[in-house]
Design a protein. Structure first.
Length: 155
């Protein structure tokens, strides 16, 4: 089947099997490697992307669902001020170890801070509840997201 959608602000039209996941389409066909394949079953969040602005597990989205939609990965937010502050805070707070969970974690955090620039700890924890991290124990990730929210408020 032929599908057309927006990827990081650019129009994409491609041929795709109707049972290919967005995750495989991004990694195998479109060369977007920040999106990680962990469980491939909707359990780990490593494959998180924004679909029309909301975080989703791309391993659970099949190609026919993409027509006319907008997909965003971290590559598309490199110059975004909220994402830049998140990345700075993740680095400074030691919220990245192996980095496998990081792109998905950043996108979940981004969606939170885009809509709520004064989140509570519980709101931060809820925002990343679907993103598993095997390295950090989450403490530094939660701290980094709260620190980023402060940086955003400070301008
Ligand atoms: S790879 Fe999609 S949720 Fe784990
Ligand atoms: S930093 Fe390794 S899984 Fe999160």
């Amino acid at each position: 089947m032929r599908i057309s959608f927006k990827l990081n602000g650019r129009d994409v039209t491609c041929e795709a099997r109707d049972n290919i996941s967005l995750l495989d389409l991004l990694r195998r066909e479109l060369g977007v490697k920040s999106v990680k394949k962990g469980c491939d079953q909707g359990e780990c969040g490593a494959c998180t992307v924004l679909l029309d602005g909301s975080p989703v597990n791309s391993c659970l989205i099949l190609a026919p669902k993409l027509e006319g939609r907008e997909v965003t990965t971290v590559e598309g937010l490199q110059k975004d001020p909220i994402m830049r502050r998140l990345v700075d805070s993740f680095i400074e707070d030691g919220a990245i170890q192996c980095g496998f969970c990081t792109p998905g974690m950043l996108l979940s955090a981004y969606a939170l801070l885009r809509d709520n620039q004064r989140p509570t700890i519980d709101e931060v924890k809820r925002a990343i509840v679907g993103n598993l991290c095997r390295c950090t124990g989450y403490v530094n990730i939660v701290k980094a997201i709260l620190d980023a929210s402060e940086r955003i408020r400070d301008g």
